[in-house]
Design a protein around this ligand. Structure first.
Ligand code: GDG
Length: 757
């Protein structure tokens, strides 16, 4: 492969969406809080039944594949079961259901599940921060239980497996697995919203949670908004930068992306044909003959906005007496987390609202709300979907909301209207629904009327579009898409791993170095010789000594190549016999020479660009303009990162048309946007040096993308080394400036030894 193709290949691997995961891989290990098989225990022994809910059905097709395992909790506390019975259950789960049980005790369920997950994470991530009850003991339980899952996973997983961890109960697990099985591909998917930074930052254990998640190679969310919130939290809390939703963290690249979860479309679209569903449909028609039906279905949860929905329905009835006696709301609330006080309060509130509405507005022969506080079996639920004119989905916050999708899929007659909250993830995909602000009661009341009065033609036209989308982007597509992306990220990580500059590669480089008569060494300064984070911003005396030893070797030509101004570099290297390329190539000087400039370049463009940069400085506190001989820099290191990110993209937009006219290029480095003439780059500067002589050995080391031109200019067999892992033209990667120091130290030792002998 030619050097220039390497970065292109990195990009291709990243962009790949072919079903790569289906070939050449180990097992798929699915990990979630609950198994897809629920276990019950009675006098006759254990019973096994499929778990309900989107996640279990969604992943079942993947789980049915030959080589997969599901790790999770059975649903019964381990301390309620004897050791022998636990073994029987574990064996049957493994053999008959390809499942591995994580034994959780009643106390763990209390503190980890009800305590940390449902009393801290759930309310906080659904924007109910005042419901969150921060308690260090619950955090400890969360950490311990994540460790329990970790031990089970490493018991059954191997390095070549794909491990897919699900949801907010297991956010520490990816990092734990990554440290034990670094080569495994780990995906994480969050089923609930990821809140904005301002809300997420309230969590006392925010660093640990982000660190846990970034152990995954791919982190997925339902929507881009959640992905954006996550990236912003990572940048602000962990100071980890990202580009194109690739986070650089601890020398790994973590991909962040949106995967809107679909439903088992065929299951809902064909449900109407089932005899049991037909039977239920007949029942509903008989019981509610002549009524328009408004449906509401949720688990009992304060995030679902059930009380305001009832209030809005009551307002609608109050404002539209012509609908009295002609419309019924079927309100299904599936009991959930009933041990948690906030849920008990909510249940009381709903009971009261229903009874007040029915009591004040109902009459003999007409009850405005038919209320069911229990789950409906599938047949009854889908029959109700098919017979309802309107579905009210008004959560205050909802990761996705699958009910909305199931309803549309079940309406194969293309009838029915959804009133959908704009704060549900599903609103991003179901744009044809009537969207509402879930806190705006009058708006919901008006939307109910609008939905009831929508023409059949309009309903059909809108529902056909939604059907097409739901059929294509179904649950199988979702799972495949996630795994394909995970495979692609894995391929890229593997390619990075192959290019790691390890012991063997170093021995080879040293052998080539020793065998060579004429050697050329290019070394970048910031981030390569000098650690960007280093407090003193000075080279260590050790590094200076090594550079001196290398440069004094008569076989060597050592060139420092940097974007820094010439005067700065002159001061740092003034008494070393090194060559210097400054300002990305605008200035150069040989080891015993004076400064020269490479190009005759006009600076007229600065008059146009400078006022624009100054304008952006005024609009963005903490930023400044720096001017050097042939470039202008907008430095935003001290600015508030979110604002700087917005201004940066605006500024780039503003500059793009101008730079083309002036033949300028825009360079982006850590917290810096630099403008300079396109003819000036490290590649051209290095080429001029390189072409001046015949070399037996060439080494180029750099850390950021201005060094890519230098790497690209060199050939495949020459040593190009990038500090830090990234998409790159370089042949090898090292992790840190310390690795560079160690390598240059080794080479310097050989030069000193030769000079001495
Ligand atoms: C979380 C996120 C995200 C509900 N009631 C009955 C019943 N259900 C089934 C539905 C649907 C599922 O449960 C509910 O899924 P949702 O998406 O609406 O909500 P959550 O349970 O809160 O799920 C959510 C989801 O994860 C997936 O990522 O969409 O945002 O909060 O499949 O059909 N099923 C039956 N009877 C009921 O009474 N049979």
């Amino acid at each position: 492969m030619a050097t220039g193709d390497r970065a292109a290949a990195d990009y291709r691997l990243y962009a790949a969406t072919a079903s790569a995961y289906a070939v050449a891989m180990g097992k798929i290990v699915l990990v979630s809080n609950r198994l897809s098989t629920s276990v019950t225990l009675d006098a006759d022994g254990p019973g096994f039944a499929p778990s309900m809910g989107g996640l279990a059905t969604g992943l079942s097709s993947m789980h049915q594949q030959e080589n997969s395992l599901w790790v999770g909790w059975t649903g019964i506390p381990a301390d309620n079961v004897s050791a022998e019975m636990s073994q029987v259950i574990a064996d049957r789960l493994r053999q008959e259901y390809k499942s591995v049980a994580v034994p959780l005790t009643a106390d763990e369920i209390e503190d980890f599940y009800f305590g940390f997950c449902n009393n801290i994470i759930w309310p906080l991530f659904h924007y109910f921060p005042t419901y969150a009850d921060y308690d260090e003991a619950l955090w400890e339980a969360y950490r311990r239980v994540n460790e329990k899952y970790y031990h089970k996973v490493v018991e059954v997983a191997d390095e070549d497996d794909f491990i897919w961890v699900h949801d907010y109960q297991l956010m520490l697990l990816p990092q734990m697995i990554k440290s034990a099985l670094p080569a495994s591909r780990i995906g994480f998917f969050l089923h609930i919203p990821f809140p904005s930074y301002e809300v997420f930052r309230l969590l006392p254990w925010r660093e640990q949670v982000l660190d846990g998640l970034l152990g995954a190679d791919l982190v997925g969310f339902h929507t881009y908004d959640y992905a954006r919130h996550f990236l912003s939290a990572v940048r602000r809390i962990l100071s980890a930068e990202h580009q194109m939703a690739n986070v650089k963290y601890h020398n790994r690249m973590v991909k962040v992306d949106a995967f809107p979860m679909g439903i088992d479309y065929q299951k809902y679209a064909t449900a109407r044909e089932l005899p049991a569903v037909q039977q239920e449909i007949a029942n509903i028609r008989r019981e509610l003959a002549g009524q328009r039906i408004i449906l509401s279905v949720d688990r009992l949860d304060y995030s679902k906005g059930i009380p305001i929905r009832i209030r809005a329905y009551r307002s609608f009835l109050e404002q539209n007496p012509d609908y009295h006696g002609k419309v019924t709301m079927i309100l299904i609330v599936a009991p959930s987390r009933t041990a948690v006080p906030h849920y008990q309060e909510l249940k009381r509130e709903i009971d009261e609202l229903v009874s007040v509405t029915n009591g004040t507005l109902g009459r003999i022969g007409w009850t405005p709300i038919s209320y069911f506080y229990r789950p409906f079996p599938f047949d009854q639920l889908t029959a109700t979907y098919t017979q309802s004119d309107v579905l009210l989905v008004t959560p205050l916050r909802d990761g996705m909301n699958l009910i909305a999708k199931e309803y549309i899929a079940a309406r194969t007659d293309y009838r029915g209207v959804i009133v959908l909250s704009e704060t549900a993830g599903a609103a991003r995909e179901l744009g044809e629904a009537i969207t509402i602000n879930p806190n705006n009661e009058p708006q919901i009341a008006a939307a109910i009327r609008e939905a009831l009065e929508m023409t059949i033609e309009e309903q059909e036209q809108k529902n056909r579009l939604m059907h097409e989308r739901l059929e294509l982007y179904d649950i199988h597509y979702w799972a495949r898409d996630f795994m394909d992306k995970l495979a692609a990220v894995g391929e890229m990580q593997a390619s990075f791993a192959q290019r790691a500059f390890g012991k063997r590669q170093q021995e080879r480089l040293i052998a080539d170095y020793e065998a060579a008569g004429r050697r050329l060494i290019f070394v970048d300064y910031d981030g390569t010789l000098l650690d960007r984070e280093h407090r003193s911003h000075k080279l260590s005396s050790e590094s200076i000594d090594d550079m001196a030893a290398l440069a004094s070797d008569p076989c060597n030509e050592v060139v420092v190549i940097s974007g820094r101004p010439k005067d700065y570099l002159q001061e740092v290297f003034h008494d070393l016999p090194v060559g210097i390329i400054a300002g990305h190539g605008i200035w150069y000087k040989g080891k015993s020479d004076t400064w020269h400039t490479t190009e005759q370049i006009s600076n007229d463009w600065k008059q146009t660009i400078l006022p624009i940069l100054q304008l952006y400085c005024n609009r963005t506190p903490g930023t400044k303009v720096e001017e050097s001989d042939y470039s202008l820099v907008w430095n935003y290191r001290r600015a508030q990162p979110e604002l700087a990110a917005v201004r940066l993209s605006e500024l780039k937009d503003a500059l793009i048309s101008l730079t083309a006219n002036h033949d300028l290029s825009i360079l982006e480095r850590s917290h810096i946007l630099e403008l300079k003439h396109s003819n000036v780059n490290k590649g051209r500067a290095a080429a001029a040096w390189y072409e001046g002589s015949d070399w037996d050995f060439v080494l180029a080391i750099g850390d950021d993308w201005t060094d890519e031109d230098m790497f690209a200019m060199l050939s495949e067999e020459q040593y190009t080394i990038k500090v830090g892992i990234d998409i790159s033209q370089a042949r090898f990667f090292v992790n840190s400036t310390e690795d560079v120091r160690q390598l240059l130290g080794e080479l310097a030792r050989r030069s000193r030894f030769k000079t001495a002998s």
